[in-house]
Write a protein that binds this ligand. Structure first.
Ligand SMILES: [Zn+2]
Length: 257
């Protein structure tokens, strides 16, 4: 079973669903730690490039390290939907402290809004993946890049070593240059940013990016409070069968005398 998809940047190709052999990729802990799982999965399930969009792979096969995170995630969602169907079940705790119920939610992955790469962003991406903005409080220009697969692969290590400085570590990954700041002083400059400037920068990173919106609204069935959650990626995302097994096990153990 295969299907033609067009990613948010215009990259288009034919994908197939996952096969049994891909379970090995998902179960490989070393690969998960290195952040290479997504690359392996995409490489396995991407059968053919029909339109390279803003990328130049020459005569080579698609290099997922060069592909924007928004495209990668979109392609991954499509592979998942093609393999197991678009329905995704997950559960989160209610954010209302007085309630704290477990909310079981079902979602059609095809309903998540997708933001295409704008013409302005496409031009900046083609021009060396370099985007410019000005920090409102510090009054300095900042140049940053959109996240690609290469950057995504570095995330698990960066998160681990950043400790409680995740925000500045994430910003440092995306910032290429700060007006009047030497590269060696960049990290300190970021640590010293006001939260208003940091917020502004995060919004800018989002604004020019493309991809699938994963902030969704859900309603608690117990207290009816509406809450926004970031779509969680549980193990059932790529292995819904395991969730099925767990449910069956729960059922059989709860029916024990
Ligand atoms: Zn609730």
């Amino acid at each position: 079973m295969s299907q033609t998809i067009t990613c948010p940047s215009g990259l288009s190709g034919r994908i197939r669903g996952m096969k049994v052999r891909e379970e090995r990729i998902l179960a490989d802990r070393k690969l998960a730690r290195s952040g290479g799982q997504v690359d392996k999965l995409l490489a396995a399930c991407w059968e053919e490039t029909l339109d390279p969009g803003p990328y130049d792979f020459g005569e080579q096969e698609i290099d997922w390290g060069k592909v924007l995170q928004g495209d990668r995630f979109y392609a991954l969602l499509q592979v998942r939907a093609l393999t197991y169907g678009p329905e995704y079940f997950f559960s989160v705790g209610c954010q209302n402290d007085a309630c704290r119920a477990r909310i079981e939610w079902e979602l059609d992955l095809g309903d998540l809004p997708v933001r295409p790469l704008s013409d302005e962003s496409r031009a900046a991406f083609l021009d060396g993946n370099r985007f410019e903005t000005t920090l409102p409080e510090a009054g300095k220009k900042v140049w940053f890049s959109l996240a690609t697969g290469e950057l995504e692969r570095r995330l698990p290590r960066v998160r681990k070593s950043a400790g409680d400085r995740v925000l500045s570590a994430m910003l440092a990954l995306r910032i290429q240059e700060i007006e009047g700041v030497e590269p060696r002083d960049r990290r300190r400059f970021i640590e010293d940013l006001s939260l208003a400037d940091a917020d502004f920068l995060m919004d800018e990173l989002d604004r020019v990016d493309c991809g699938v919106e994963t902030a969704i609204e859900i309603e608690c069935p117990e207290c009816f409070s509406i809450q926004e959650v970031e779509l969680p990626f549980e193990q059932t995302f790529f292995m819904p069968g395991r969730g099925r097994t767990a449910r069956r096990r729960d059922l059989s153990s709860s029916s024990l005398p």
